[in-house]
Design a protein around this ligand. Sequence first.
Ligand code: FMN
Length: 474
Amino acid sequence: MSSRIILNAFDMACVTHQAPGLWRHPDNRAHTYTSIEYWTELAQLLERGRFDALFLADVLGTYDVYRGSAAAALRDAAQVPLSDPLLAVSAMAAVTKNLGFGVTVALTYEQPYLLARRFSTLDHLTRGRIGWNVVTSYLESAARNLGLKKQIAHDDRYALGDEFLDVTYKLWEASWEDGAVIRDRERGIYTDPSRVHPIGHSGEFFDVPGIHLSEPSPQRTPVIFQAGASPKGQEFAAKHGEAIFINGIRPELTRKTTDKIRDRAEALGRPRDSVKILTLVTVIVAETDAEAQRKHAEYRDYVSPEGALALYGGWSGLDLSQYGEDEALAYVDTDAARSALSIFTTADPDSRWTPADIAHYVGIGGIGPVIVGSPSTVADELERWVDVGGVDGFNLAYVVSPGSFEEFVELVVPELRKRGRTWDDYEGSTLRERLSGSPVVPEWHPAHRYRGSLVGGPTADDTTLPAARIPAAL
Ligand SMILES: Cc1cc2nc3c(=O)[nH]c(=O)nc-3n(C[C@H](O)[C@H](O)[C@H](O)COP(=O)(O)O)c2cc1C
């Protein structure tokens, strides 16, 4: 039997995610993202379609590389205006039972002690359905508004990321033993302090001596998603990522990337298939191929090339308004997302990409393929990405929302089900169990070594609590 395809919907708390200009299309309701109903109805729709998760992207600045200004991005609502993606998750969790949530948070501007609590809270409120897309941010505009003169250099961000994750793993996995919360009314003990441990972390970037504030949640560590794609990024992803999100433009080229990711994972002692690789796709589906092609052509009329170049400027760090009309893109190292550039240059040496080509390509679906056709044409192509490209599933972007997701659920999901590529119903209860079959963080994962590692070590009994109990007046 063919393997099940992992399906995530890909959205962002904004109007224009991967299809600049399409906000003008009459069927697009993405601009209602500021209402709670947009999110709750979307979550219910995805759960009806048995999607694994809703994956939410995020950035912390504007796309102001193109022409040195955020004007084009603002005109086209290209990922601005933008809300906080974490805040709608509890509302969506309240109206669903199974759908997972993969939420992007850039660790570069966070404190591990605080972020660990936010994820523990969401893991409780979703009953173990939360995942964290760990990113390090790529926008200079974010850095400038968050207290830095310029971004931390590309590779240094990953060093910071390694220590950040280490601190959060200690808080999630080591600080509270299973059974520390005893809720003993007779003895008047809610939490047994001898089973709660300060983590005593002192490192290059962070000092966190104390205990985690939250009690253990169903998954403890949220499912770790990662999307680093440069050599340093892939190393980081292979070490931490339970699911890895990539961009690819053709399955044949993508195979090299997926093989490399699995090779790296194996070199780190992980089973090859423990890495779940998801690629970005946009699907335009209708009852027939001809109808889908007609829809695609209609959508194309709404694309904003300027909006596309504004987005690409942010991703790549390159202002393509400075390029000649027929000048082909060439690879240079930037402090932005290096893979956004390598994918059109070093990874695809037989093609040349001019600014107009990039604007056209990115205009629908960002740096990912657009699959157009009837349900069986779409299913054939998705299967080709799995079989030839070596991916395990997809992050499905929309052209119009929620219309693109509705059509996928109505037309493509039944076709995939017929082919044994999607499940009839959810199995397992947490996001991690569904993705990898494991209720706790798997053995190969760096968080695993912290499970129970502080048992027998210093406890909250012999550190913070006795001191706190001595009344100041004595
Ligand atoms: C498919 C994909 C999706 C990504 N989504 C986000 C995102 O939502 N927010 C973000 O800040 N970075 C995002 N990134 C950026 C990466 O996490 C990473 O920071 C960036 O690619 C730079 O690292 P690299 O040079 O190693 O690729 C994404 C990258 C890829 C490939």
